[in-house]
Design a binder for this molecule. Structure first.
Ligand code: M1P
Length: 266
């Protein structure tokens, strides 16, 4: 049964919000969060506001965090998919911008053709599946093995990429080819990288947290962020190192639970 949570203004730590990366922080990569994690988050939500900020789209976050009876948008006060380009507050969707609106169809087509040609010419790739470009609202996701890869194919690609640096080399080539596009390329997971306008990294979602002063009257003084890719080049780096947040670098979901228990006494 769905638990009831008090209004944001009535939580004991009402000036505190905890934001979490998803893969590797709340759940193992691409897998579901554990019951212990969901219980810990629910306990935390009785104390302060909680939200996730993930690179993936909402469909994937629903699979990884939602349950058959409760949708992910009811489990968190703030849901930031695609770094916040798709955003929900208390179950209601907020206005957002789009990647294609920002870049334009003509430039996008040039980029997409180049990407597909580059992937077609990669030598020695262990497997190719399908969906080499996933077109999302706020970004595109590029995967040389393809987004249809199974768990085994993902692991195989990741190991091969560690040896060959295929993704890093492709990003370098993209930067050289499209120097004036104003895009950022970010490796956040096992088999792909995200491409979005510079500035639309995870710090993008902080505007919604700051806007709470005008929406609910709450000025969040303590914005905690938890992420497992909190190193330069990782997709948690910008928000982790942003002066507006208190960054926590975690090793895995168990580590997140440990820090939450120690920090918030839950
Ligand atoms: O959330 C981290 C990343 O998760 C996926 O990465 P991959 O499929 O490579 O493991 C993608 O959804 C990616 O967009 C996201 O940043």
């Amino acid at each position: 049964m769905a638990e009831l949570f008090s209004d944001l203004t009535e939580r004991p730590l009402k000036e505190t919000v905890c934001l979490f990366d998803v893969d590797g922080t709340l759940s193992p990569a691409r897998l579901h969060a554990s019951p212990e994690m969901l219980q810990t988050l629910a306990a935390l939500r009785h104390k302060c506001a909680i939200g996730f900020v993930g690179g993936s789209n909402l469909v994937k976050q629903e699979e990884q965090l939602g349950t058959p009876s409760i949708s992910v948008i009811s489990l968190f006060d703030f849901c930031f998919s695609e770094n916040g380009l798709t955003a929900y507050r208390m179950g209601k969707q907020l206005a957002s911008q789009s990647f294609i609106g920002w870049l334009g169809q003509e430039k996008y087509q040039r980029l997409a053709r180049w990407v597909l040609r580059y992937i077609a010419n990669i030598e020695g790739i262990p497997k190719m599946t399908g969906t080499f470009i996933e077109f999302r609202n706020g970004m595109i996701n590029v995967s040389p093995v393809g987004r249809n890869a199974s768990k085994e194919e993902r692991d195989e690609f990741e190991a091969w990429d560690k040896k060959t640096n295929t993704r890093t080399k492709m990003i370098e080539a993209l930067k050289k080819e499209f120097p004036d596009y104003g895009l950022t390329y970010s490796i956040g997971g096992q088999i792909s990288f995200d491409v979005f306008p510079t500035g639309w990294d995870k710090t993008y979602c902080l505007q919604y947290i700051e806007a709470e002063k005008d929406v609910s009257g709450i000025e969040y003084k303590n914005i905690h962020f938890f992420g497992d890719k909190a190193f330069e080049g990782g997709n948690d780096w910008e928000i982790y190192s942003d002066e507006r947040t208190i960054g926590h670098s975690v090793k895995n979901p168990e580590d997140t639970i440990r820090i939450l228990k120690e920090t918030f006494g839950i």
